[in-house]
Design a protein around this ligand. Sequence first.
Ligand code: NAD
Length: 290
Amino acid sequence: MKIGFIGLGNMGGPMAANLARAGHQVTGFDLAAPCPDGVAKAASAGEAATGAEVVITMLPNGAILRAVADEVIAVMATGSVLCDCSTVDVESARAVADQAGAAGRGALDAPVSGGVGGASAGTLTFMVGGSDTAFATVQPLFDVMGQKAVHCGASGAGQAAKICNNMILGATMAVTCEAFALADKLGLDRARMFDVVSTSSGYSWSMNAYCPAPGVGPQSPADNDYKPGFAAELMLKDLRLSQQAAEAVDADTPMGARATELYAEFVEAGQGAGRDFSALLPLLAARGRG
Ligand code: NAD
């Protein structure tokens, strides 16, 4: 397939490389990042999109996505599909899909989970919003870049699934860290707490697969001095998107709101910047209630 790939950063670079390695004809564009091996370099987003059957974007936020979409939709072939894999606000995803639809192009919002490791290994999970036809067109590419693509519904449904998942993740990680900090102060050994909780009703992905306590449970960023992994800044971005969406539709999300405040404090006060999102544990363990 002839593919335009815009945004070749930490995630987009390896995703584009995997598509090229699978035999697709990939032309890429990024304002700063280099083109990976096998990907032809374009001089602009418009050039990368010209003549492509599918244009994939992997960009930092909704404002940038809208600007890039403005540039590429006009030059995309009729019937081609714009597939945005970035994590952006639901409103931007829907606006871009409407704009593409009005111009006779298909559109999907297809944010991912799996991080840079999943992008490199081709084991991402895609959460996809858009039409059946557009989904069917891009499915073979999802199969190359990922292990699973779930068609969640109409435009925006992929982003909705992503932020709901990550709101659960942020709140669950925060309370898992709190529980370890409380256990410390109660004199309960962390390894014993893991043994109990990981096989009891408090279990979760945060506890069982990504334990925030160093030396406890399976290998996780906690065992590597909290180097990301999943950076606290990215968790904060996703939590803020969840709260923006909740405000837009008047949904009450008290735990998501509190997790957002906690991660904002963690990242913006400095301790969380550049660290894994599970590094809330040493912060909470070191302080008291006041
Ligand atoms: P990144 O900052 O490494 O990559 C973004 C790239 O977009 C950069 O290389 C930047 O130069 C490029 N860019 C910005 N504006 C551009 C423009 N107008 N035209 C062309 N290129 C432009 O970020 P990333 O980690 O690759 O994340 C990309 C997206 O994936 C984000 O929306 C992020 O939330 C999401 N995401 C990231 C992870 C992760 O673990 N890194 C996991 C899941 C989802």
